[in-house]
Design a binder for this molecule. Sequence first.
Ligand code: FES
Length: 143
Amino acid sequence: MALYSDKVMDHFQNPRNVGKMDDADGIGEVGNAKCGDIMRMYIKVRDGIIVDCKFNTFGCGSAIATSSMATELIMGKPVEDALKLSNQAVVEALDGLPPQKIHCSVLAEEAVQAAVKDYYDKNGIEYDPSLFKPMHNCEACEG
Ligand code: FES
């Protein structure tokens, strides 16, 4: 069996929504201290809906594939739904990732959450902090 699914290979080789967004409403940047990969997620929000989303990832193929899939999963969705996007949902949408690459999907989840938080903060929108999961990025984690 191939290590990576066709979907992972497709999103790695033809990533969707890559690039910078100059007029983003929210920008989230996260990194994994262990592997050194960095992911930046941009969202544009109109009437509570994510109408555009882009990402820049300096990282491994799985990080690129998971960021690409994450943008597809949150595009056109309410901001609150993006906040609920789990790394497991991203992995499932990609038809799986090898166990040693699961942490790459965590980075995608965190980048989306960081972008939403930035959007809330910039617009003075109150939110329940418990909706945000604690970041996983620490030297101690198995990342
Ligand atoms: Fe670091 Fe994939 S190896 S995010």
